[in-house]
Design a protein around this ligand. Structure first.
Ligand code: PMP
Length: 352
C-alpha cells in the first residue's frame, strides 16, 4: 500500500496554507516591508563570534542596549528569532481562542491553526478601525486566550484608535468577563508612526504586551524580534522558548549596529517623507485609491489588481498582491527615492 503522508498529519495542518515567502526575481523589490537601507558589518564584529560555543541564551548584551534605548527594564524583554517566533510562543503559552481583526498580518491565523487553536476573525470597520462593540461581545462570549492587534496594521497601514485599543485591554482584564485575555499590540511598524505607541501604557495594564522587531528598520536578515511585557508573562514565555533561539551572529551584529541610532532615525525619516511623496503621487494616478499609512508601506486599490501586479512584475517591479486579504488591493513598500520613482513611472505605464 502506498503511504500517504497527508494521512499522518492532523486536519489542522492538512488544511493549512503556508505563509507565502517566495523569492521572486525582480529589479525593484517593494513587497516585504523591509527597509531599503542596510548596514555594513565590520570584520571586527564577526571576528568576535565564537562559532564553537552556544550563544548567550538570554542575549544579555543586546537586551541591555535595547532596554536603555527604549528606557525599559531588561527583565521585561524577551527575544525571538523574529517577532514571528514570539507569536508562536505567545499562542503556545496562552492558548486560544485567538482573536484578531481582519484584514491583518496573516501569521496570527497561520500559527493559531498550526497549534490547533480556534481563530476568531473580526472584520475591521469601513475606516479600517476596530469594531469595538463586536470585539467586546466576542471577548465575553468566546473568552479568547489572546488577542492580536497590529497597530500600525499590516496591510492597511493605519493605527487603530488608541482609545479603542485601551477599551479592549481594559475589558479583557476586567471581571465583567470573569476571564482575562492577553492583548498583544504588535508594533512592528511603530517606528514609522506619528503616534507614540503602547510602551508607556505597559505599567498600567498587566495583560498588555508590546511586540517589536528590528526587521523593519534595516535588520530583517538578522531575525531579531522582541516583546515587552510584565515579568510574569516573560517567565511563562521563557518556559517554551527554545534555549538558544537567537544565534551568536545576530546577537553580536544587532548589538553593534543598533548603536547607530542617529543613522537608523535618519533612515526612518527618509522613509516617512518618501511615504508621503509616494502617497501624493499615487493619488494623482487615475484609477488608483491609496490608503493613508503610518507604516513603511502603502495599500492601494486598483481595478484589475491581478493584471497590474503581473504587469509591474514583468517590468521588474515587485509589490505584494493582497488579493487573498483585501480584494482588489496591492501593497507597496516604501523604497529609496529612486526605487519609488521607478515604481510610480512603471505603474503609470502599466495603467495605460
Ligand atoms: N508583525 C507584523 C505586523 C508584520 O508585518 C511582520 C512582518 N511582516 C511581523 C510581525 C514579523 O516580523 P519579524 O518576524 O521579521 O520580526
Amino acid at each position: 500500500m502506498k503511504l500517504s503522508i497527508k494521512s499522518l498529519v492532523g486536519p489542522n495542518i492538512r488544511s493549512l496554507r503556508a505563509y507565502s515567502a517566495k523569492e521572486i526575481p525582480c529589479s525593484v523589490k517593494l513587497d516585504a516591508n523591509e527597509s531599503p537601507y542596510g548596514f555594513e558589518i565590520a570584520d571586527k564584529i564577526l571576528k568576535s563570534i565564537k562559532t564553537n560555543r552556544y550563544p548567550d541564551p538570554e542575549a544579555k548584551t543586546l537586551k541591555k542596549i535595547i532596554a536603555k534605548n527604549l528606557r525599559l527594564n531588561p527583565e521585561n524583554i524577551v527575544f525571538g528569532n523574529g517577532s514571528d517566533e514570539l507569536i508562536y510562543y505567545l499562542i503556545t503559552v496562552f492558548g486560544g481562542p485567538v482573536l484578531y481583526p481582519v484584514p491583518t498580518f496573516s501569521m496570527y491565523g497561520i500559527i493559531s491553526q498550526a497549534l490547533g487553536e480556534k481563530r476568531i476573525e473580526v472584520p475591521l470597520d469601513d475606516e479600517f478601525d476596530l469594531d469595538t462593540d463586536r470585539i467586546l461581545s466576542l471577548i465575553k462570549k468566546e473568552k479568547p486566550g489572546i488577542i492580536f492587534l497590529s497597530s500600525p496594521n499590516n496591510p492597511t497601514g493605519n493605527c487603530f484608535s488608541s482609545e479603542r485599543i485601551l477599551k479592549i485591554v481594559e475589558f479583557a482584564s476586567s471581571l465583567v468577563t470573569r476571564h482575562s485575555s492577553l492583548v498583544v499590540v504588535d508594533e512592528a511598524y511603530q517606528p514609522f508612526s506619528s503616534e507614540k505607541g503602547f510602551l508607556p501604557m505597559l505599567n498600567d495594564y498587566k495583560n498588555l504586551v508590546s511586540l517589536r522587531t528590528l526587521s523593519k528598520i534595516g535588520f530583517a536578515g538578522l531575525r531579531v524580534g522582541f516583546m515587552i511585557a510584565d515579568k510574569e508573562i516573560i517567565n511563562e514565555v521563557n518556559k517554551v522558548r527554545l534555549p538558544f533561539n537567537l544565534n551568536s551572529i545576530s546577537q553580536a551584529v544587532a548589538a553593534e549596529l543598533i548603536k547607530n541610532l542617529k543613522t537608523i532615525k535618519l533612515h526612518i525619516g527618509l522613509i516617512t517623507s518618501e511615504r508621503e511623496r509616494l502617497l501624493n503621487e499615487l493619488w494623482k494616478i487615475r484609477g488608483i485609491k491609496p490608503y493613508p499609512s503610518e507604516a513603511n508601506f502603502i495599500l492601494f486599490k486598483v481595478k484589475n489588481s491581478d493584471k497590474i501586479y503581473y504587469r509591474l512584475l514583468k517590468k521588474g517591479v515587485l509589490v505584494r498582491n493582497m488579493k487573498d486579504v483585501v480584494n482588489g488591493c496591492l501593497r507597496v513598500t516604501v523604497g529609496t527615492k529612486q526605487e519609488n520613482s521607478i515604481f510610480i513611472k512603471t505603474l503609470k505605464e502599466v495603467m495605460k
